[in-house]
Design a binder for this molecule. Structure first.
Ligand code: FES
Ligand code: CO
Length: 350
């Protein structure tokens, strides 16, 4: 069996970050009162998301009784009821009612672990380990920004790829000419720029200006412009575009949520300034781009390997990998090591 040397052997440090698990629209469609429950999976952990007592909750999706999935249950008496024998769980994950033995004391171990859960950008976010409290939900420039007349929260899509690979794919300059000729790029521009990169407040920041001449050859929906990246570690990219065609801002925001080591669930927000443009226009264009990427990226192993051959033109992914490794190593030292790795700023740009 192939045994590549892993860049990061232990992915548990990812539990300290906030990750999206579903959109609000998905949760609202999942139950009769718009409160769920809905199942999700994050870093191998099955989760049930449900709104109880007016707040979003994330719990382990496994009933304490016989381990049935609570996401197949329903909300009864403001509790989450297991579909198998009807045990009912309170908002804090403690069992509050056992129909088979209503007059007995509820066993002390009759609870499911719960996790920190928030709604932001119409997306439900979960942090599996909040013990260090060292991370925040990533920035999205589409919110609280009057410049944008339309903000679209897309339907999430799953890839059989690790979240790390998906992140690298989104920010990889030298694949545009090969995977997206005529869509995002002109093959004549296969030599990418090597850009300065900063680490600022847990974000990798860089700027890239693709050739303006490509305007003549690319379709009008292609978001060609100057690209400003704010990439909150580990899996979010906020891409601010200033379109060449009309000098208007256009925002492409993506987060890859790690389902497990080999699968990710991707969330996308698109924001633009044209109130008359149907949502299908930018969404269909992104679908086209994703359909070009997906079959290639799904052939890569999930694991990033130290044996992969890197070039100076792979600078973005090289710097990303360096930081991932520092975060994983920092986490092994504990809270301070992790915070230092995440929050020490470094600047290459002036
Ligand atoms: Fe949930 Fe029995 S497995 S109540
Ligand atoms: Co691509």
């Amino acid at each position: 069996m192939l045994n590549p040397r892993s860049l990061v052997e232990d992915r548990t440090y990812l539990r300290h970050f906030w990750h999206p698990v579903c959109t609000l629209a998905e949760l609202e469609a999942a139950g009769p009162d718009g409160a769920g429950p809905i199942g999700a999976k994050l870093l191998g952990e099955p989760l049930v998301i449900v709104k109880l007592d007016g707040r979003m909750r994330a719990m382990r999706d496994r009933c304490a009784h016989r381990f049935a999935k609570l996401s197949g249950g329903k909300i009864v008496e403001n509790r989450l009821q297991c579909p198998y024998h009807g045990w009912q769980y309170n908002a804090d994950g403690r069992c509050g009612k056992i129909p088979a033995a209503p007059s007995d004391a509820i066993p002390r171990k009759a609870f499911v672990p719960s996790y920190e859960c928030e709604v932001k950008y119409d997306i439900v976010w979960v942090r599996l380990d909040s013990s260090w409290d060292a991370t925040t939900i990533p920035h999205c420039g589409a919110w609280d920004n009057d410049e944008y007349k339309k903000v679209i929260v897309a339907q999430p899509y799953n890839w059989a790829s690790s979240a790390e690979r998906r992140w690298e794919n989104f920010t990889d300059f030298s694949h545009f000419a090969y995977v997206h000729p005529g869509t995002l790029y002109d093959p004549a521009y296969s030599e990418p720029a090597i850009v300065p990169m900063d680490r600022v407040d847990g974000e990798l920041r860089f700027f890239m200006e693709p050739g303006k001449d490509m305007l003549d050859t690319l379709p009008p929906d292609s978001p060609l412009g100057s690209w400003t990246y704010r990439a909150a570690m580990p899996f979010t990219v906020n891409l601010d575009i200033r379109l060449y065609k009309n000098d208007q801002p256009f925002l492409l925001w993506t987060t890859s949520s790690p389902i497990d080591d080999e699968n990710c669930r991707n969330f996308m927000i698109i924001a633009h300034t044209d109130p008359d443009m149907p949502d299908s226009t930018p969404l269909d264009f992104q679908k086209l781009v994703l359909a070009e990427d997906q079959p290639v990226i799904e052939t890569q192993p999930g694991d990033l390997s130290l044996e992969e051959v890197s070039l100076p033109t792979d600078k973005v992914s090289n710097q990303y990998r360096k930081w991932l490794r520092e975060l994983a190593m920092g986490a092994m030292e504990g809270r301070e090591g992790f915070r230092k790795a995440l929050l020490t700023n470094t600047y290459e740009s002036v």
